[in-house]
Write a protein that binds this ligand. Structure first.
Ligand SMILES: C[S@@+](CC[C@H](N)C(=O)[O-])C[C@H]1O[C@@H](n2cnc3c(N)ncnc32)[C@H](O)[C@@H]1O
Length: 238
């Protein structure tokens, strides 16, 4: 049964069911030769599935208590391929150039500012090996609790603002009763913004789309565009 597990640090909820993007990341992990990085891994749903696919997994999270739960959930047979790295992406993470086969970031990019996303995507492009892939799932403005923000977003989009989905103060637009479980500012993203940001970092976008992820709570349903997915690759010649 689908369940949302509140994060310990008020950064939303983790899911207990892989979304469509995470599922594609896990499938990619069956054929990787270098470690993969799961940014904002929370309680390890995607990290544990990636380990099961045979990858060596670096699970990162801002909250060390989340990583401790992954450590206690990992099957002994996979433990040697799990590396836990606490810290805030992007500034607190360092990896060698061309050292990762994949990066997964599910429901974490919407907690980053535009400049953090720029730095984060260029760091990811640096860390990925040629042919490596990035898998992103993020929240869009088309979610019921943020409905009042949609006209603001669309106006900024028409004016070609670089980060149209930045919401400085969520309380200005929403009175949802669970706002205290998310940070006061949020960066709602759409497929176009993600595509431009990934391309600006030198990644080749394979797919960027809007959809309703299978594990989205019904209370967030608006019009089928509640989520954004992005899959991008590091070109083999760069
Ligand atoms: C909403 S949960 C998503 C968990 C999981 N990836 C999923 O899709 O269900 C967000 C997670 O990202 C982590 N997080 C938020 N900002 C982060 C950052 N800048 N660097 C690393 N982790 C971050 C939080 O601690 C939390 O565990």
């Amino acid at each position: 049964m689908h369940r949302r597990i509140p994060t310990r640090n008020q950064t939303g909820w983790a899911s207990n069911q892989l979304n469509e993007v995470s599922e594609r990341f896990v499938a990619h992990c069956r054929s990787v030769s270098l470690p993969v990085l799961d940014i904002g891994a929370a309680f390890g749903l995607a990290s544990l599935a990636a380990l099961d696919s045979g990858a060596t997994v670096i699970a990162n999270d801002l909250e060390p208590a989340h990583l401790a739960e992954i450590a206690s959930a990992v099957p002994p047979a996979h433990a040697a391929r799990l590396i836990l790295i606490p810290g805030r992406f992007p500034r607190q993470l360092r990896f060698a150039a061309n050292s990762l086969s994949a990066v997964h970031a599910s429901n974490v990019f919407h907690f980053l500012t535009g400049p953090q996303l720029e730095l984060g995507l260029s760091s990811i492009a640096h860390w990925l090996a040629p042919g490596g892939r990035l898998f992103v799932q993020a929240a869009t403005p088309w979610q019921k609790p943020f409905q009042a923000f949609v006209p603001v977003f669309e106006e900024r989009q028409a004016l070609r603002a670089p980060w149209p989905g930045w919401m400085e103060n969520t309380k200005e637009y929403s009175s949802h009763r669970r706002l205290s479980q998310i940070p006061p500012s949020l960066h709602l993203l759409d497929s176009q913004t993600l595509r431009h940001a990934a391309e600006a970092a030198g990644l080749a976008v394979e797919d960027a789309w809007l959809y309703r992820r299978r594990d989205l709570p019904a209370s967030l349903f608006l019009d089928g565009r509640e989520c954004a997915g992005l899959i991008a690759g590091k070109p083999r010649k760069s």
